[in-house]
Design a protein around this ligand. Structure first.
Ligand code: ME8
Length: 650
């Protein structure tokens, strides 16, 4: 019997010092999608999250509210679980550091390391940052403040237990060198290596000036340092310290997903604790970037936190999950804005995916009474191109997810959606219907429906509700029983009765938000192109022109044949268009509003007799018309596929 591959993934356990915001939801959504994907791909998965409930910060927050720390955290932890439920987060275990099982695990870890002589008693005299729960040496402070969060630190002087971090530094450096996959992305590995090389001090692992924590087993007037306590949660979930099957099966973890600010704890303190315990080191710690708001890190004190519950109520859960994973290149910082969320939802979910489903099922109702036809005609070249892309897609997405390239995984799924939309235009089912070519029409409709079935399966781990909705509208059953193997082309059974429903993503109408981050000024040439793509009224309102002025403008229908980004210009796309009489190149400032794939096959309106211009060194022979909404969204003006390229517009 072959052993199933396994995947143990964790998120940080968050502090219940306050409600969670969209930044926490980011890490957890990514972990959930990874867990769901690997399950879908047939792997055995364990996904653990939790809450980090001890420490001075929590004790102070509870005191400020006049309640006991336990009563305080109970209420907030309940709100964590409520949020995860609303976000469709399907974890296997939730470790609370106030759980009895965790208490036992942490004390066992402390005792074991103490017994072997790697923990000793001394006096700590130095600085402490309570918001970060971090000890700092004087020489690491910045202007006397915490170098991480820049807030004031407190002078601490107390008897403490110390963990011999320094002793393990050479072994850790060697481990990091031999295991390049351990710290990711690479830039963070370099930061950590430099930090270790600049000298590790032994770590203070107990406190005596407050009591909200797990007592040191050999000395009850000390509580165990909150990070030493928290990191152990990854073992608590496996029933540590008792030897048991869970521990054998799941340790070491495959992936600790964390924000970049807590990499030091996970890639220095944690592996050294594990070395001291003689346990293997987790395979990968991935430090992702921050979700910024108006280019600043979200924090309660700055008043710029975004509450995911409010967003879910307004937009539904999948647009938020999609935005978090699609908008930000995983590992880098990314900006959150309401406008960007709405634009993404409208462009990718409502226009591309929602419309594809809607128009396909409408045509199926019209031509085949909503029943999946036989693909009776042999596929032509256009059919083959679509089928070939869909055939390799499951494997492609699997390897991107394994490499933690989630946004690229979504892009590659959306490429199938883009191709299917283009395929509708190319194969023009309405023309086949007119010709009463039922066999070929059947093949075209089958190919579209089969593409949608594959899309539903592939997006379900990322967007569980949407995957199910598409599946239902396609008239299919037992979604949960399908796996990656079922993304094989051709499994859709002719004769299936589809169930067209409401649009899955209605377009969101927007009003300009006063608190939106300012749009950065476009560079000069790009601004020109943008003005061309979306002409602003150049005449003051009320100035009338004669028909002869308008007639100077030669407007024609053009079909977009190719679209590629212009290097070094993030607003420009280079288009090859067919204007009926010839092929032309047009550079348009629409890159932030369209993926190149979305444009291919569109029939747009072009000003044919505009003087050619060069933009970023690229010749532009004409301009295409586009509308700009008050909130800055740009949509190119287009006509239906029935209007041939070259048709005059007036
Ligand atoms: O650090 N962008 O808990 P915490 C992206 N209890 N991710 C963000 C974010 C943002 N703006 N803000 C928060 C702790 N996060 C410890 C962890 S683990 C043994 C103990 C996410 O409540 C990100 O994952 O401060 C970050 O590392 C984590 O929340 C910090 O959560």
């Amino acid at each position: 019997m072959s052993v199933k591959e396994r995947f143990y993934v964790t998120t940080p356990i968050y502090y219940p010092s306050d409600n969670l915001h969209i930044g926490h939801a980011y890490t957890t959504t990514v972990a959930d999608s990874l867990a769901r994907w690997h399950r879908f791909a047939g792997r055995d998965v364990l996904f653990v999250t939790g809450s980090d409930e001890h420490g001075q910060k929590i004790q102070r927050a509870a005191a400020a509210k006049g309640v006991s720390p336990k009563a305080y955290v109970d209420e907030i932890v309940a709100s964590f679980k409520h949020l995860w439920e609303k976000m469709n987060i399907k974890y296997d275990d939730f470790v609370r550091t106030t759980d009895e099982r965790h208490h036992k695990a942490v004390q066992a870890v402390f005792q074991k390391i103490y017994d072997q002589g790697d923990i000793y008693k001394s006096t700590y005299e130095g600085w402490y940052c309570t918001p970060c729960e971090t000890f700092w040496l004087e020489n690491r402070l910045e202007d006397g403040n915490c170098p991480d969060c820049k807030r004031p630190v407190e002078l601490v002087q107390e008897e403490s237990y110390f963990f011999r971090l320094s002793k393990y530094a050479p072994r850790l450096l060697e481990y990091i060198e031999e295991h390049p996959e351990f710290i990711q992305p690479e830039s963070r590995r370099n930061e950590m290596v430099n930090f270790i090389k600049s000298g590790l001090e032994d770590l203070c692992v107990s406190r005596t000036t407050f009591d909200w924590g797990i007592p040191v087993p050999i000395d009850e007037k000390h509580v165990i340092y909150v990070w030493f306590d928290a990191l152990t949660n990854y073992l608590t979930a496996l029933g540590y310290p008792e030897p048991n099957e869970m521990l054998d099966k799941w340790w070491p973890a495959d992936l600790h997903l964390v924000g970049k600010e807590i990499m030091r704890f996970h890639t220095i303190i944690w592996p050294i604790m594990l070395m001291a315990l003689d346990l293997p080191i987790p395979k990968t710690v991935f430090g992702h970037g921050w979700l910024l708001f108006d280019s600043d890190k979200m924090s309660k004190s700055k008043g710029n936190v975004v509450d995911p519950l409010v967003l879910i109520d307004e937009f539904g859960v999948d647009p938020i999950r999609y935005f978090l994973m699609r908008e930000v290149s995983f590992g880098q910082d990314g900006n959150f804005s309401r406008r960007a969320l709405i634009e993404r939802t409208n462009a990718d979910l409502a226009n591309d995916l929602g419309n594809l489903l809607n128009r396909t099922l409408s045509m199926l109702n019209r031509y085949f009474d909503g029943v999946v036809p036989e693909p009776a005609a042999a596929p032509n070249e256009v059919d083959k191109a679509l089928i070939d892309y869909a055939k390799g897609l499951g494997e492609q997405v699997d390897s991107l997810v394994k490499g933690l390239k989630l946004n690229e995984a979504l892009v590659s799924i959306w490429r199938l959606i883009g191709r299917a939309n283009k395929y509708v235009d190319e194969r023009a089912p309405w023309n086949l219907a007119k010709l009463e070519n039922k066999d070929e029409l059947g093949t075209v409709m089958y190919n579209l429906l089969e593409s949608l079935r594959i899309v539903a399966l592939l997006i379900k781990p990322f967007l569980p509700e949407t995957g199910s909705k598409i599946w239902d509208q396609l008239g299919l059953e037992d979604l949960e029983e399908n796996s990656l193997a079922d993304t094989t082309w051709g499994l859709l059974v002719p004769g299936t009765k589809t169930r067209k429903g409401d649009p899955i993503f209605p377009r969101i109408e927007v009003e300009r938000e006063a608190d939106e981050p300012a749009k950065t000024e476009p560079k000069k040439e790009e601004a020109k192109a943008e003005a061309k793509a979306a002409p602003a009224p150049s005449e003051p309102e009320g100035v009338l022109i004669g028909i002869e002025d308008f007639m100077k403008c030669e407007l024609v229908v053009a079909e977009i044949l190719e679209a590629v980004p212009v290097k070094g210009a993030d607003r420009l796309l280079k288009l090859q268009v067919d204007i009926g009489t010839e092929r032309r190149q047009i550079v348009a400032g629409i890159a932030q509003h369209y993926q190149p794939d979305q444009l291919i096959g569109k029939r747009v309106i072009v000003v044919k007799n505009l003087k050619p211009a060069k933009l970023r060194g690229e010749l532009s022979q004409g301009m295409l018309l586009a509308a700009t909404t008050p909130e800055g969204r740009v949509e190119v003006v287009s006509v239906s596929d029935g209007v041939p390229a070259g048709s005059k517009v007036k």
